[in-house]
Design a protein around this ligand. Structure first.
Ligand code: GLU
Length: 383
C-alpha cells in the first residue's frame, strides 16, 4: 500500500470530531533511566495542540505511572507484587500528571486528570457520571488525561490493560477515532521478530478468529501489552463505531506522521458511534420504566430536542438514573432513552421547569430528564 493510500486512510484521524490517543509506558518512559522521554512527548504535545486548533476534541490515555514510580521507590527490574505496583503507580501518577500539565499548558491547553477503574466504564451509573464529566471537560476545551486508577484496582494490573481502557474511553466518549501509539508500527500476520515471513496488515474491517489467533501476547517486557490486547481493544472500538489505528510511536510527531502517510494498521468501523449508541438504547429488551409526556414535548423530541421535566405528565416503574425507559405519548411508545434521574426524583420534577429542579430534589442536577444524546425515537410501526 502506497504512502498516498495511507494518507487517505488517515482522514479518519483528521476528520474525527473526538479523538482518543493512547500512549504506552514504553514510549513515555525510558526503560533504563526511568525518566520521561521528554523530547518525544513535546513532539506529541505539538500534535495534540494542532488537533485541538483545528477543532478536534482530544482525550489522552496515558500509561506510565508504574514505570515512572518504580525507580523512585528503589525497585529495579524485578517483577512487582500487586501492592508494590500500586505503590509505584501512586508515586508515578503524580509525576505523570505533572508532566502532562507542563507539556500541555505550555501549549495553552487546560489539562484534567481522570483516573478510571474498569467498573467505572462497565457499571451504568458511574459510567454515566464519568461520561458527563469527560463531556464537560471537552466542551470547556480541556484535555482529559486518563489512566487506570491503579491504586484501587483489585485485580492484577497488567500492561496492556490501557489498550482496553482506551477503547472503553473511546466508547464512553463516542469518539470516532482511537490511536494506539505503540512500539510496533501495526499488525502483522505473525510476530515479525520471530517469523521473517510475517506480512504487514494495513487494514482490518472485521476481527476474525484467525486474526485473533495471529495476534500474540506480550512482545516486550518493558511496557507493551502485545498485539492481543490491541486486537481486544479494536474489537471494543469497532463495536462502538470507532475506528482504531495501531501506529508506531518511535518517531517524532507520531500523529502528524500518520496523517502524512506513515504505515500503520487501521481497523475500520462501519457504523458511527452515535448510531451504535442509539441502536443499543433502542434495542434494550426490558425498559425499567415509563415516562408519559405531553404533545408539546413529543413534538419537541421529534425535532431532536432533549426531554425536559416540564413536558412530563407522570412516570411509572422503579428505574434508577442511567436505566433505559420508554417514552409514552398519547398511549404509544414513541422512543426510548437513558433516564437522567431515578423514578423517585423524576416523579418529583415532572411537570416543573428545569430551574426548579434544585428546590425539588435537593441538588443541582442536569436540566434534562433525558438528554438528546441518550434518546432514540422509535420508527412508527406499520398499522
Ligand atoms: N496503568 C498502568 C500505568 O500507568 C499501565 C497499564 C498499561 O500500560 O496498559 O503504569
Amino acid at each position: 500500500m502506497s504512502q498516498a493510500e495511507f494518507r487517505s486512510r488517515a482522514r479518519r484521524l483528521r476528520d474525527a470530531r473526538r479523538l482518543v490517543v493512547k500512549v504506552g509506558s514504553a514510549l513515555l518512559v525510558d526503560a533504563k533511566s526511568g525518566r520521561l522521554n521528554r523530547a518525544w512527548l513535546e513532539s506529541l504535545a505539538d500534535d495534540l495542540a494542532r488537533a485541538t486548533r483545528r477543532g478536534q476534541q482530544v482525550i489522552v490515555v496515558s500509561s506510565g505511572a508504574i514505570a515512572m514510580g518504580r525507580r523512585h521507590l528503589g525497585f529495579a527490574n524485578e517483577r512487582l507484587r500487586l501492592e508494590e505496583s500500586q505503590a509505584a503507580a501512586a508515586v508515578g501518577q503524580i509525576r505523570l500528571a505533572h508532566a502532562w500539565q507542563e507539556l500541555l499548558e505550555a501549549r495553552k491547553l487546560a489539562v484534567a486528570q481522570v483516573l478510571l477503574t474498569f467498573e467505572d466504564t462497565e457499571e451504568r451509573q458511574r459510567y454515566l457520571n464519568a461520561r458527563a464529566t469527560v463531556n464537560t471537560l471537552l466542551s470547556l476545551g480541556a484535555i482529559p488525561v486518563i489512566n487506570e486508577n491503579d491504586t484501587v484496582a483489585t485485580a492484577e494490573i497488567r500492561y496492556g490493560d490501557n489498550d482496553r481502557l482506551a477503547a472503553r474511553v473511546a466508547q464512553m466518549a463516542s469518539a470516532e477515532c482511537l490511536v494506539l501509539l505503540s512500539d510496533i508500527d501495526g499488525l502483522y500476520s505473525a510476530d515479525p521478530k520471530v517469523d521473517p515471513a510475517a506480512t504487514f496488515i494495513p487494514e482490518v474491517r472485521e476481527i476474525t478468529l484467525q486474526l485473533e489467533s495471529t495476534a500474540t501476547g506480550p512482545v516486550s517486557g518493558v511496557g507493551s501489552g502485545g498485539m492481543s490486547t490491541k486486537v481486544a481493544a479494536a474489537r471494543i472500538a469497532l463495536a462502538a463505531g470507532c475506528s482504531l489505528c495501531i501506529a508506531s510511536g518511535h518517531r517524532q510527531n507520531p500523529l502528524k506522521a500518520i496523517e502524512e502517510g506513515e504505515r500503520c494498521t487501521w481497523f475500520v468501523a462501519e457504523a458511527t458511534p452515535v448510531a451504535v449508541r442509539k441502536q443499543w438504547i433502542a434495542g434494550t429488551l426490558k425498559p425499567r420504566g415509563r415516562i408519559f409526556i405531553d404533545a408539546g414535548a413529543a413534538a419537541a423530541l421529534g425535532r431532536g430536542k432533549s426531554l425536559l421535566p416540564a413536558g412530563v405528565a407522570r412516570v411509572s416503574g422503579g428505574f434508577e438514573r442511567g436505566d433505559t425507559v420508554s417514552i409514552i405519548a398519547a398511549g404509544r411508545e414513541i422512543g426510548r432513552g437513558l433516564a437522567g434521574y431515578s423514578a423517585a426524583d423524576a416523579a418529583r420534577i415532572a411537570g416543573h421547569r428545569s430551574a426548579d429542579i434544585e428546590a425539588l430534589v435537593g441538588f443541582r442536577g442536569r436540566e434534562e430528564l433525558i438528554h438528546r444524546d441518550d434518546l432514540v425515537m422509535l420508527r412508527e410501526r406499520a398499522e
